[in-house]
Unconditional design. Sequence first.
Length: 117
Amino acid sequence: MSQRSKSRSFNRPTNQRRALLRSLARSLVVHERISTTEAKAKELRPFIERLVTYAKKDTLASRRLTKARLGDDDAVKKLFEVVGPRYNERAGGYTRVVKRTRRGANDARKLAYIAFV
């Protein structure tokens, strides 16, 4: 019996899917709230929450891991100096996905906001 895949594929190869998540995470850190499809927001949540957990520790190793996953020095700096300390007392659940209305008749994808709590 075949097993269900852990994550959504978005009909893309692995490297493009990783690049998509990296780009969405970078945008979320910089703008602190982004609008995307509901599926992408739900897939982004565990990715970004892991990065915020690294940012709470603020060690050299966690900075390097975050840099490897985000790939942007400015986003890493903001994550460690602004976002990480904000959630020092919080045990988890740093993001919120809020569903929006659907698009028009031609493209009826479910939309959502993802933002830091």
